[in-house]
Design a protein around this ligand. Structure first.
Ligand SMILES: C[S@@+](CC[C@H](N)C(=O)[O-])C[C@H]1O[C@@H](n2cnc3c(N)ncnc32)[C@H](O)[C@@H]1O
Length: 286
């Protein structure tokens, strides 16, 4: 497999010419102010979480709240996640060595570092500056791993077809579909023809969501910042991340429209106990 990243603004592939217009239509289906409000909120939430308790915000195990993760254990949890994806990729027919991998929503690089055992180079991108800063310290001695800040609702920092594997775990679930589908289209664009895309998305909360939504709205609208104080007292963090559920059909329809084949679907509950969803292991058409 081909190694190495690429510079933005490279030559546009045939794939790009064929599918770019469809992506634009998909993303443009919601108003741009709607989109930018949701995006700003997403960024604000993850900036705050990245400062307060980044490792717990990433891997929210109850006993680890309050900066109680030991870094070694935290990184070992990443190895387990990547091992699981690796087995799925193998089952789907991926080669046993990956060239250039993209870890979208890398946080502090837990999975980027784990992917380095399997890929020649790994680029992690994240929307949160404190996450990236912490990650760069953790990855200081890891050759072939670079972590980059990306505060855009696209991946225009990368040119077409520059990754052999595009990967994302427990990231797309935290954004509305109108944003997630734009990134999925970008995954397809930056993946090389014949390359692999693997990501997870929950489809079902397993319980009614209405009460939780109303509670969240009320806390968000308490004046004088008291909602944040309440949340810190009740939950140990002043921000809560959103959780979004997307039907398998919606995801599969989008992938098909992008020229990406969902080769293997694995049931998954990474979004939390009782939730249902899938890991999608996909291949971009040659
Ligand atoms: C639950 S953490 C998972 C981190 C990492 N994937 C892992 O499993 O170790 C979600 C991450 O997604 C990042 N994120 C959320 N929205 C993003 C976006 N639009 N672009 C890039 N990163 C994003 C957050 O900043 C956070 O670091």
């Amino acid at each position: 497999m081909r190694a190495g990243g690429c510079l933005p603004g490279g030559a546009r592939s045939a794939w790009s010419r064929q599918f770019r217009s469809r992506i634009a239509v998909g993303v443009g289906a919601c108003s741009s102010s709607d989109m930018s409000d949701s995006f700003k909120r997403l960024q604000h939430t993850w900036e705050s979480l990245g400062v307060e308790d980044p490792l717990w915000a990433i891997a929210s195990e109850p006993g680890k709240k309050g900066n109680r993760w030991e870094v070694q254990d935290f990184l070992a949890s990443g190895d387990e996640v990547v091992d699981r994806y690796w087995l799925l990729l193998e089952r789907a027919g991926a080669p046993d060595k990956i060239g250039a991998a993209l870890d979208f929503g890398c946080g502090v690089g837990r999975l980027s570092l784990a992917w380095k055992r399997r890929a020649e180079s790994v680029t992690g991108v994240d929307i949160s500056a404190p996450m990236i800063e912490r990650g760069r310290r953790l990855a200081a001695d890891a050759s072939g791993v670079r972590l980059e800040l990306n505060r855009r609702p696209d991946l225009s920092m990368f040119c077409d077809a520059c990754f052999d594997l595009v990967f994302s775990h427990i990231v797309l679930q935290h954004m509305p579909w109108k944003i997630a589908r734009g990134y999925l289209a970008e995954f397809a664009r930056v993946c090389r023809p014949g390359g692999w895309i693997a990501f997870q998305l929950p489809s079902d909360a397993g319980r009614p969501e209405t009460a939780a939504r109303i509670r969240r709205w009320l806390v968000d609208h308490v004046p004088f910042g008291l909602g944040r104080v309440y949340r810190r007292w009740r939950r140990g963090a002043s921000e809560l991340f959103d959780m979004h559920f997307t039907s398998r059909k919606k995801v599969e329809d989008l992938l098909a429209s992008l020229g990406v084949e969902a080769v293997l679907l694995e049931p998954d509950a990474s979004a939390g106990p009782g939730t249902r969803g899938y890991i999608y292991v996909c291949r971009k058409a040659c």
